[in-house]
Design a protein around this ligand. Structure first.
Ligand code: SF4
Length: 92
């Protein structure tokens, strides 16, 4: 399905799992396949996404600052928010 063909209205503060689940399955497969040593701990992933959820730069699951899918960026241990809202410096 083409993203533009979605019948549901755009959701500015949604993550991919709140949009069309079928379309984004491959993104979740990618996240699931990130090697364990490269993955952020689950509680840190959840904390990061809570920050993204309240961020005005989250648009349809993507970070408007970097163009990444927020869930993918947050899933990787070494990643940081481009606006320094989360990342290793806030996790120490
Ligand atoms: S990564 Fe940072 S700038 Fe991007 S949506 Fe999340 S909190 Fe906002």
């Amino acid at each position: 399905m083409d993203f533009q063909q979605k019948s549901r209205p755009a959701c500015k503060r949604c993550f991919l799992n709140e949009l069309d689940g079928e379309y984004f399955k491959s993104i979740y497969q990618y996240i699931n396949n990130i090697p364990r040593e490269q993955k952020a701990p689950t509680e840190e992933y959840v904390r990061r996404l809570a920050i993204c959820k309240s961020c005005g730069d989250l648009k349809n699951g993507m970070c408007a600052q970097c163009g990444c899918f927020a869930e993918v960026r947050a899933a990787k241990k070494g990643q940081t928010c481009p606006n320094s809202r989360w990342g290793p410096q806030q996790e120490e």
